[in-house]
Design a protein around this ligand. Structure first.
Ligand code: ARG
Length: 618
């Protein structure tokens, strides 16, 4: 009987214009939304409170024991004591095919979904949607009811290393977080443009060119451009510092060289262009290992001097910037009222010698992107060390009369990685780090001879495990927190680590291989056989996945996804002892395998969203 009424209910949902009634309610792809809508109806009938107040008040729970959803009674804004209100409401609680009657817990009503209909919704949904389970192609549409109006456009600027300087931890974090955000918005139906804004301009490239004449060579430039250019830069900088008499001469020469570059001198630009191209080529290889792709390699060099002067002049005309000993300065304290102005302080837009600066470039580049891409939103993934810089250039763009554009920009910041340089204090490049961690994983793998023999490409597997170690460690906490780079901890198979997550996925793959069932076996499985508490808990967690992704669009934290995936792997690891496959009766085996398959789909999709490469064997 309960099944029949569930089907009725599901049908009713299809005919109700639910999306109009509840923004962001997607019952056909998010099981939790079915329950939100259903509980909202019940509560509305009982309390008379407006549905639009009830719906968003149905909250997540931290753990399964606390229920699947919960309501803080005061959130409905009904006069009275929560204790008594809850009691009154529960007296009128109707029989529901979908949720158990709640047992009040102080000011909260916890809701538990009834297992049978949940199982029959969640597993078929996961198995039929598969790689799309958790994606929602309509969130990023300009008009959710009219596909022809197109997708909203999101620009994500991230990674942005500097040529001839080390790719440091800040760039690594920006890369990992930016890659994740690009995936997240794509999965939500946005048109995402990934931009790498290289540090590729400035008088240091004059220095570098001189250095290359003295210390550089073509072979090394092609073989290992990033290291080579860095070494050249270190050597020539040392010369400048050591040879006091020569220093002024060299500096002048470098300045002259860079000046030629800014004037568009072909010869001067040719060398620089090759530095840039070779570096990008090398970076692309590393990005590919991290499953990252950029649509555009922009950079500070691409910002036109002309545009910058125009922007600076405009600020001056508007009376917002002033001359100060030949330089052009903006005093936010004077121009922006209150605390904000004080925080922003002062900034230089143009130096005495007429050269523009990092800040001015960002201002011009932002305005250019607005013109070129007509974006709906833009995210900058930059370390929190640059919080002030970002606030300043957003503010200036707003002050220039582009408040609308500034309002579409968002800074996603993050904390530091501690202890990533080597013992000698010398810099380490990203490739070196990834190699070290990969080697470490390779050694660990060799310790289990039997397993090792079965892995098809051990070096590649070790590399993926190493990369997963680094990425998972990075995404485990909130972005803003600092963390310590800890090789031992991140490569461990115990605790919430990359190798553990990979292991959980590989184990599900191994169970699938051993069971050897067909797709038909799984779709025809009798899901009512899944009655064990462990099975039900696993279904409950799997069913949260699309909702977790929706929630991540609010938090924009990788840890929202990662924390959920670890929660699921913990439920999985306890379930294996209770829900055996091998040796079970055939029908039971089919039902359990359908459940494990749904869990594997979610784990796979989650890992892909984070930018990881899920392993099938290890
Ligand atoms: N290249 C800069 C650095 O390494 C980061 C660039 C960040 N993006 C920006 N639009 N300012 O510090």
């Amino acid at each position: 009987a309960s099944e029949a009424s569930f089907e009725n209910l599901a049908q009713r949902f299809q005919h109700l214009p639910l999306i109009d009634r509840y923004p962001n309610c997607f019952p056909d792809i998010n099981p939790v939304d079915v329950y939100r809508a259903h509980i909202t109806s019940i509560l509305h009938d009982i309390t008379g409170v407006d549905r639009s107040i009830i719906y968003p008040a149905l909250q997540w729970t931290a753990t399964l024991e606390k229920g699947d959803l919960m309501l803080a009674i005061p959130a409905l804004r009904v006069k009275g004591k929560p204790d008594e209100l809850g009691k009154q409401w529960l007296e009128k609680w109707p029989d529901s095919p979908l949720v158990e009657k709640p047992v009040q817990n102080g000011a909260f009503l916890p809701f538990f979904f009834k297992p049978a209909p949940l199982t029959k919704t969640v597993i078929p949904m996961a198995l039929s949607h598969r790689f799309d389970f958790g994606t929602n192609s309509t969130v990023g549409l300009r008009d959710q009811n009219d596909l022809s109006k197109g997708k909203k456009r999101m620009l994500v600027e991230f990674s942005s290393p500097n040529i001839a300087k080390p790719f440091h931890a800040g760039h690594l974090r920006s890369t990992i977080i930016g890659g994740f955000l690009s995936n997240l918005y794509k999965s939500a139906g946005w048109d995402v443009v990934a931009i790498n804004y290289l540090g590729d301009w400035g008088k240091q490239y004059g220095v570098l060119a001189l250095g290359f004449e003295k210390y550089g060579n073509e072979v090394d430039l092609e073989r290992d451009p990033i290291n080579h250019l860095f070494q050249v830069y270190v050597k020539i900088s040392k010369d400048v510092a050591d040879e006091k008499e020569q220093a002024e001469k060299m500096k002048a020469e470098a300045r002259k060289y860079f000046k030629k570059m800014t004037e568009g001198d072909d010869e001067a630009l040719a060398l620089w262009r090759r530095f840039r191209q070779f570096s990008i080529k090398r970076y692309k290889e590393t990005y590919a290992r991290l499953n990252i792709h950029f649509d555009e390699y922009s950079g500070e060099s691409k910002v036109s001097e002309d545009d910058m002067h125009k922007a600076a002049d405009k600020m001056k005309e508007m009376g917002l910037a002033e001359d100060h000993e030949g330089a052009l300065l903006i005093d936010f304290v004077k121009n922006v009222p209150g605390k904000e102005g004080k925080q922003l302080g002062k900034a230089i837009l143009r130096k005495k010698d007429g050269t523009a600066l990092y800040l001015t470039r960002d201002i011009s580049e932002l305005l250019n992107r607005a013109e070129r891409y007509k974006f709906d939103h833009m995210i900058y993934v930059i370390a929190s060390e640059q919080d002030l810089h970002v606030k300043q250039f957003f503010k200036v763009v707003g002050m220039m009369g582009h408040q609308d554009i500034a309002a579409k920009c968002q800074h996603i910041n993050f904390g530091l990685v501690l202890g990533m340089s080597t013992r000698k204090g010398t810099v380490k490049f990203l490739d070196d780090i990834l190699r070290d961690v990969g080697d470490h994983m390779h050694e660990t793998m060799k310790k289990n001879e039997d397993k090792y023999k079965q892995v098809e490409n051990p070096a590649k597997t070790a590399d993926i495990l190493g990369i997963s170690s680094v990425m998972v460690q990075d995404m485990l906490g909130k972005r803003i927190n600092n963390y310590k780079f800890d090789l031992q901890r991140m490569t461990s198979f115990e605790g919430d680590t990359g190798p553990y997550l990979q292991y959980a996925h590989a184990r599900l793959c191994s169970i699938t291989r051993k069971a050897g069932l067909t797709e038909e076996n799984l779709t025809s499985a009798d899901l009512s056989l899944l009655t064990e508490p462990m099975a039900i808990d696993l279904v409950r967690v799997v069913g949260q996945w699309p909702d977790v992704v929706q929630n991540t669009l609010k938090t924009l934290e990788p840890t929202t996804i990662l924390g959920y995936l670890f929660k699921m792997t913990h439920v999985l690891s306890t379930s294996y002892g209770h829900l055996r496959i091998v040796g079970s009766e055939h029908e039971v085996m089919k039902a359990r395998m359908a459940l494990y398959d749904a869990a594997r789909v979610v784990l796979y999709n989650g890992m892909k969203l984070l930018g990881l490469s899920p392993l099938e064997r290890m």
